[in-house]
Design a protein around this ligand. Structure first.
Ligand code: NAD
Ligand code: UFG
Length: 348
């Protein structure tokens, strides 16, 4: 029998790639998404890629009744919870929206799961919870802090999950802290489709390459890094997707073991363990795609840190997962998606 997984936010960037990986690993997927930052076309394309229908439910995680309906109609092995808002700048302007969506929404989801005794949960957290890290590479037990409402919403949910694990040891609450997800499915059929002008580096570079944006601004050239620009742990979205499969496989193993079936609150970094500078990424993208990427240096962006990369040991030891794809793969696949879909999921 196939294990059925509820994927909230499954129409989004990381969710859509994870649906493919889950299907390929033999899981059955039900997508629940309000399409506030995505398009139903992404789900159609996933379905086309896996050559199988995907059950899609349009709904909001803050809508208790809608969730109760979903849980009463399906028997899930677990939930992967991607649904959330993620724009740092917008979170500063609209904190109530972010706390309502990301924190209240998650609490409603956990509450309904509890009502249906469904207690396996995989949460999309972020390296943002490490704030400005004291140690590099960053281990999971590093101190946590937040510098904006988005980061605070992730940190708050982590605290909720920790408290929940203490209160009820039936819960398995795997908290995956993503570093910098980039890239696209190797088919070029699905990828990242940001609304408006991208805030993040890779989609900005690819929109410059395709001619939608004129020039990249590199924020800061005087950081204490290899070339003065920021250093990040870029991770291919396909590797990230496989990290979720590894987390579920691990929960499957645990649920079959004698000594205990739940893992409590379990934070795990999903990164490559390697730092790449902004300039290195721009140069690699230009070389691999043979596109010109005009750029200028600009002042540091408020809230940015110099360097951030993961200790990826825990994921390897515990889940048997490690990132395999290179920066070249990330650039090649981003470009394939961007050049074939200059307007993302909009046909024109
Ligand atoms: P995304 O915006 O592409 O996907 C999120 C999806 O959730 C969207 O399809 C959106 O429509 C849906 N959604 C939002 N609020 C909802 C609600 N109330 N009810 C139902 N659906 C809702 O973002 P993504 O990049 O795929 O990120 C997925 C998750 O990973 C998010 O929680 C994000 O915070 C987290 N994360 C992302 C990054 C990154 O750089 N992309 C890094 C760290 C963590
Ligand atoms: N950068 C530029 N120019 C741009 C955009 C970014 O120089 O136009 C630089 C930034 O200054 C930074 C690096 O590129 O040095 C990466 O910036 P991103 O915005 O792509 O990513 P961040 O590391 O700032 O943040 C991302 C997500 C956060 C998440 C964090 C950790 O946006 O939500 O990764 O997971 F919390």
């Amino acid at each position: 029998m196939k294990h059925k997984i509820l994927v909230t936010g499954g129409a989004g960037y990381i969710g859509s790639h994870t649906c493919i990986a889950l299907h390929q690993a033999g899981y059955e997927v039900v997508v629940f998404d309000n399409l506030s930052n995505s398009s139903a076309e992404a789900v159609n394309r996933v379905s086309q890629l896996i050559d199988a229908p995907i059950e899609f439910i349009k709904g909001d995680i803050r809508d208790r009744k809608a969730l109760q309906k979903v849980f009463s109609e399906h028997e899930f092995f677990g939930v992967i919870h991607f649904a959330g808002l993620k724009a740092v700048g917008e979170s500063v302007a609209k904190p109530l929206l972010y706390y309502d969506n990301n924190v209240s929404g998650t609490i409603t989801l956990l509450d309904v799961m509890s009502e249906f005794s469904m207690k396996r949960f995989v949460f999309s957290s972020s390296a943002t919870v490490y704030g400005d890290p004291e140690t590099l590479p960053i281990p999971e037990n590093a101190p946590r802090s937040a510098t904006n409402p988005y980061g605070q919403s992730k940190l708050t949910v982590e605290c909720v999950l920790e408290d929940l694990a203490v209160a009820d040891n039936d819960w398995s609450l795997v908290t995956l802290r993503y570093f910098n997800p980039v890239g696209a499915h190797s088919s070029g059929i699905i990828g990242e489709d940001p609304n408006d002008i991208p805030n993040n580096l890779m989609p900005f570079i690819s929109q410059v390459a395709v001619g939608k944006l004129e020039k990249l601004s590199i924020f800061g050239k005087d950081y204490a890094t290899i070339d003065g620009t920021g250093v990040r742990d870029f991770i291919h979205v396909t590797d990230l997707a496989l990290g979720h499969v590894a987390a579920l496989d691990y929960l499957k193993e645990q649920s079959g073991s004698k000594e205990g079936h739940s893992v409590g609150f379990l934070p795990i970094n999903l990164g490559t363990g390697k730092g790449t500078s902004v300039l290195e990424l721009v140069d690699t993208f230009a070389k691999v795609t043979e596109q010109d990427i005009p750029y200028q240096f600009a002042k540091r962006r408020a809230g940015d840190i110099a360097s951030c990369y993961a200790s990826a040991d825990k994921a390897k030891t515990l889940l048997g997962w490690e990132a395999k794809l290179s920066i070249i793969d990330m650039c090649t696949d981003t470009w394939r998606w961007q050049s074939r879909n200059p307007n993302g999921y909009n046909a024109s």
